[in-house]
Design a protein around this ligand. Structure first.
Ligand code: 5GP
Length: 180
């Protein structure tokens, strides 16, 4: 059985790039694809980045106990389908890109999970990256920056805190943590 690796970090911190670098470097890592009610961003693929579902479908997954954890974030629901995590754990380590409420629930149910928090080099840099992405409306940027500040305060109870000053370097640091 592979390990459960939870990766959190504020929106815009570059988690996606770090995760891609990690997956490119190693064949024994599998990404947990979450279900979400938020609409796809340009370039995002259903079943690859997320399972894009309706609120009704999401509610149905909750009621059937199909989610390992879930949370509401920026007015949308996000959750981890349990079955795919268990299948992927048979093949290797599973990476969960989830926010702190979800991370806390994973740790409660799976104390052996490894929780890693990715910090930006600075708050200013985080806001710059979020705006630079050009795919997030202004009202969402305000919500996400407020949320980011709360999220970063949560890093105290993570097992490891890493700084994304460079995606490749950050990815290597997390891989070393997984191999500990
Ligand atoms: P985004 O909309 O930018 O893709 O993700 C927003 C936030 O939702 C990120 O912090 C991401 O880590 C979190 N997230 C993605 N999938 C899940 C999930 O399955 N469960 C929880 N709790 N959070 C998730």
């Amino acid at each position: 059985m592979g390990k459960l690796i939870v990766i959190s970090g504020a929106s815009g911190v570059g988690k996606g790039t770090v995760v891609k670098e990690m997956m490119a470097a190693r064949k024994d890592l599998f990404f947990s694809v979450s279900a979400t009610t938020r609409p796809p961003r340009p370039g995002e693929q259903d079943g690859v980045d997320y399972y894009f579902v309706t609120r009704e479908q999401f509610r149905d997954m909750i009621e059937k106990g199909e989610l390992l954890e879930y949370d509401e974030h920026a007015k949308n629901f996000y959750g981890t389908p349990r079955a795919q995590v268990e299948q992927k754990q048979e093949m290797g380590h599973v990476l969960l890109d989830i926010e702190p409420n979800g991370a806390k629930n994973v740790k409660k149910n799976y104390p052996e999970a490894v929780l890693v928090f990715i910090m930006p080099p600075s708050v200013q840099e985080l806001e710059r990256r979020l705006r630079g992405r050009n795919d997030t409306p202004e009202d969402q940027i305000t919500i996400r920056m407020e949320r980011a500040k709360w999220e970063m305060e949560q890093n105290v109870w993570y097992d490891h805190v890493v700084v994304n000053d460079d995606a490749g370097r950050c990815a290597r640091e997390i891989l070393a943590i997984i191999d500990q």
